[in-house]
Design a protein. Sequence first.
Length: 492
Amino acid sequence: MSRSVLVTGGNRGIGLAIARAFAEAGDKVAVTYRSGEPPEGLFGVRCDITDTEQVERAFKEVEAEHGPVEVLIANAGVTKDTLLLRMSEEDFTSVVDTNLTGTFRVVKRASKAMMRARKGRVVLISSVVGLTGSPGQANYAASKAGLVGFARSLARELGPRNITVNVVAPGFVDTDMTAVLSDERRAEIVAGVPLGRYAAPDEIASTVRFLSSDDGRIHHRSRHSRRRRIGHGSLTIMSGILEGKRILVTGLLMESSIAFQVAKLAQEQGAEIILTAFPRPSLTERIAKKLPKPAKVLELDVTNQEHLDGLAEQVREHLGSLDGVVHSIGFAPQDALGGNFLNTPWESVATAVHVSAFSLKSLAMACLPLMEDGGSIVGLTFDATIAWQQYDWMGPAKAALEATSRYLARDLGKQNIRCNLVSAGPIKSMAAKSIPGFDVLADAWNTRSPLSWEVTDPEPAGRGVVALLSDWFPKTTGEIVHVDGGLHAIGA
Ligand SMILES: NC(=O)c1ccc[n+]([C@@H]2O[C@H](COP(=O)([O-])OP(=O)(O)OC[C@H]3O[C@@H](n4cnc5c(N)ncnc54)[C@H](OP(=O)(O)O)[C@@H]3O)[C@@H](O)[C@H]2O)c1
């Protein structure tokens, strides 16, 4: 559903990243800008939030273009850092007038239509500095701490009208605002951050988008808390079956990829994901933008030992540890497919087995250091117990994959790591398109599958994978779950 979203100060920095994230998700996004030009592709209205008249005018322009504002992100803010004794009264009041009173102005104006509509989402951008304080930033910290009291009061006042008000308090983020800090100060700040780095504006954007979504019908406690307050009191844990899990997903090439469905469903079920890409991360990065939340993409050729050796460190940097790994990789050279079984040279067979089967072991071993608390590895096969038309050497490669999965289950069980496969029916993904005569193979499903089967729908297979990644199969390993409409159980 496309909503009317307004981001103040959305022409650069964190505000722009937030605005782009909403626009990519299909919302109608307007941004305010005080100086310069509006960003390309977004509807910009000029507005200084220290001026009530300008705020009024900006809202009228947005309403005429997109309708009443349903989601307001009060992001515009300034700093004027100096030590207390040097801080003039104007230094203090001007920062408060922008960051706190300016937020009051825009929220007040937006709330009128939200109250009429009996729904709305408001997110205020505060700062960790408002919670911890910082020398030289008494004005800024006071304004940002003020936002917390402001939001808590509004949450109580507007909650009964189905309007949520939340505060996101980012740590230090790489933008123009922090670019002015000296190298020495930057080093000091980074030394105090457990991740050892500044955040990127995109990372703030995903949190803001979550709090503005239907899933965000909550009053948030802290950015990193897994427990959240719902309504006016009870504490609960979110209900997604992958809530809190960290999952690596390989093989996301197109929107039609099974891996895309896995990544999408996993995020919807509460997981944080990281993607690997081969051959070009840029392609996967483009498709990954269509996922509900941003996901980091790492380059990984599963036949390249250097890539495998470096994987754990890179994943650790972005996610910490892993609870799940999805192997959605298969490849055979053209001369190993399409009716050439008797003439395929060993080199092509070797490639098919290396990329499609041995890689399950390679990937599992590469991720092992990140799975100290156990986890779930899930791969995708195509029933290798029988011979198929056209499938040729992918058949033995999948048989090898199925055996590899059982041996991994045997050897990794002690570490509480499960290894299972989903045996999916035919899906017209990129991999399938490269199988000459794919339609002949898929035809069996039109005539024999007990449940109707849609070759263009990768979601059922994705759901099977997500279920196996979850804690709902705690004692299942070495298994092959058929998500094939039931065809495997039916004779001619
Ligand atoms: N960067 C960080 O480390 C960090 C950390 C925590 C919180 N924050 C908060 O995140 C928000 C965005 O910061 P940022 O790092 O993205 O800063 P930024 O790159 O400096 O952008 C600030 C934005 O606020 C706008 N703005 C400032 N005064 C305004 C006014 N009077 N009326 C209308 N717009 C005004 C600016 O518009 P112009 O381009 O026209 O000047 C710009 O769009 C701020 O509230 C900041 O306090 C930042």
